[in-house]
Design a protein around this ligand. Structure first.
Ligand code: AP5
Ligand code: MG
Length: 210
């Protein structure tokens, strides 16, 4: 299955994708994670995108499309994938249609109030990338990942200014994709409110009714 996840910052794309990836045996491909890995490894791509991510702006389409094109050619992506955070613009969606079209587009819907709560409380493991929330999904030991013992950190773009910019970028450049995929009969709305298990159960219901 080839699944695209749409939704505003903090909607729960990464949380849902991690669960779906495990259960469906599909690779979780997050462009945000790929960019953050490039920044951490100080690659030439990382140097180009570091300030863009920190400020909450979108990386230019050419760079993003090239990165995804290469990733989708990896052998683990041959039988399907879960794309988290791509496409985010109409040109990116058009490129994906040409490279390897999505079969299902899930739109995770959440209110603005919830977005802020989710992003302000998020922590991520520096080592394995597991996502926590200080209130809804806290680790057992403060600041330490339950899964691998790694250190938890706050993303550089989870600050009020960057969150505002990310939300504006989402509204202007990404939200039009809801209509774009709707016009192609690929869009399925998914309520992002509720526990991760209830969001996943709603997705399973979608699969049963397809
Ligand atoms: P990216 O990393 O994709 O960030 P984003 O879209 O802003 O989304 P987030 O990762 O912040 O949120 P999420 O929806 O994954 O939520 P999460 O599951 O973590 O992109 C970062 C940057 O990279 C962009 O700003 C841009 O610069 C660049 N970029 C990436 N892709 C690009 C592209 N295609 N084109 C151009 N530039 C691109 O959950 C959030 C919090 O809520 C967590 O604490 C979690 O524990 C909690 N939570 C989640 N679900 C639930 C639930 N059901 N119940 C309770 N708590 C929950
Ligand atoms: Mg994410």
């Amino acid at each position: 299955m080839k699944i695209v996840l749409l939704g505003p910052p903090g909607a729960g794309k990464g949380t849902f994708a991690a669960q779906a990836s495990k259960r469906l045996g599909l690779p979780h491909i997050s462009t945000g994670d790929l960019f953050r890995a490039a920044i951490k490894n100080e690659t030439s791509l990382g140097k180009k995108v570091k300030d863009i991510l920190a400020n909450g702006l979108l990386v230019p389409d050419e760079l993003t499309i090239g990165l995804v094109k290469d990733r989708l050619l990896q052998p683990d992506a041959a039988d399907g994938w879960i794309l988290d955070g791509f496409p985010r613009t109409i040109p990116q969606a058009e490129a994906l249609q040409e490279i390897n079209p999505a079969e299902l587009v899930l739109n995770l819907e959440v209110d603005d109030g919830l977005i802020l709560q989710r992003l302000m409380g998020r922590r991520i493991c520096r080592n394995c990338g597991k996502i926590y929330h200080m209130v809804t999904m806290p680790p057992k030991r403060d600041g330490i990942c339950d899964a691998c013992g790694g250190e938890l950190y706050t993303r550089s773009d989870d600050q009020e200014d960057s969150i505002k910019t990310r939300l504006a970028a989402y509204r202007e450049q990404t939200e039009p994709l809801v209509q774009w995929y709707g016009d192609r009969n690929l869009l399925i709305p998914l309520r992002g409110k509720g526990t991760p298990d209830s969001v996943y159960a709603a997705f399973e219901e979608v699969l049963r009714n397809r």
